[in-house]
Write a protein that binds this ligand. Sequence first.
Ligand code: PLP
Length: 414
Amino acid sequence: MSEGGTRQLAIFGGRPTFAKPLHVGVPNIGDRERLYSRIDSILTRRVLTNGGPLVAEFEARIADLVGVRHCVAMSNGTVALEIVTRALGFEQEVITPSMTFVATSHALQWQQITPVFCDVAPGAHHLDPARIKDLVTPRTTGILPVNLWGRPCNIDTILSVAGQYDMPVVFDSAHAFGCSYKGKMIGGFGQAEVFSFHATKFINSFEGGAVVTDDTGLADKVRLMQNFGFQGRDTVVHVGINGKMTEIEAAMGLTSLESMGTFVEHNRRNYHAYKAGLHRVPGVELIEYDEGERCNFQYIVIELDERITSVTCGQMLEILSAENIDARRYFYPGCHRMEPYRSYFPNAGLLLPNTETLLSKVLTLPTGTSVSVEQVEKITALIARVVENGPSLSVRFRAGISRKSSYANAACEA
Ligand SMILES: *Cc1c(COP(=O)(O)O)cnc(C)c1O
């Protein structure tokens, strides 16, 4: 296409598509009045934490929604992962994907457990069950798969492989609250699952997390460990930590839960707008949700095939960023390329070819209740325009025009 088509892109000095940056993971906020009245009740009661009624109510609501016996609310998802894996006796080596937020591996490494990174299947985003057996050693004590983007991993197959070795499985379902697998809510699989209610997640409690399980013994142990190992007032029966959720976090969590239907509906509309807008854009594949299942539609993820788009993932990111579309390369460059894993296992990438290929193509785009369908339509139109002009853009990038983008970015932020 002609130069004229690209002249107005913000990266070349044009006016950005949006006046203010659109971010990934802007918090979904429920009914303020409900939140304020709950906070007021907390202050009147003077029970701020330690077994207050709102945390108990939040736990009961989560357990009920997920269909499990027990929910232990936590200060965050990372501590929840650390506590439940410790309670289950995970040690030495645990098999887990590298294609995840670094908290998954950190929760293990923090306890001196080695995360053994398992590749994703070709073209997939989740841990490849077929690779697990190659990674099992006499030191393997468990599997920690991730239900990335709120899409279930291959849960049945992973559980059956784990069963062959009699190994416990904990699912990192930080993204997957409100989602189902084969008609059953995520949260009810394996020995236990962990949710995150961090501000950026679908349902938030400012910060927060939870362990959910049907195993009463495990739930009891997890509850002890998250409160310094206390059993009653003066008896400590286990080493523990402080992983408690506060009442004010539970107030936010409960208020978020009440708006869950609205959040899903909003996300679903955005998802469909993305789908419609990107449908005919060659080289850009929207990762679809299986709408036969319950989905939270919280992550809009695209894969770029640069052989078709001409522009690389990094260049697309720069172009979007200049337009005030703050896309993210989640979870680039992969846990195995972050410290300390990178130094411990400098050659891990050799065993993770699919993960590396995937991470070179993936972008996450803004959605959530702060992003409107009209904004999504502008984003998809822009991506379509970039791809249409891909060859000439890539020439300009090669000619070093990208220096101008830093200038444009600085100007936008100023
Ligand atoms: C957010 C997240 C976590 C950690 O949750 P926090 O509540 O932020 O500690 C763990 N795993 C994944 C995949 C996440 O996205």
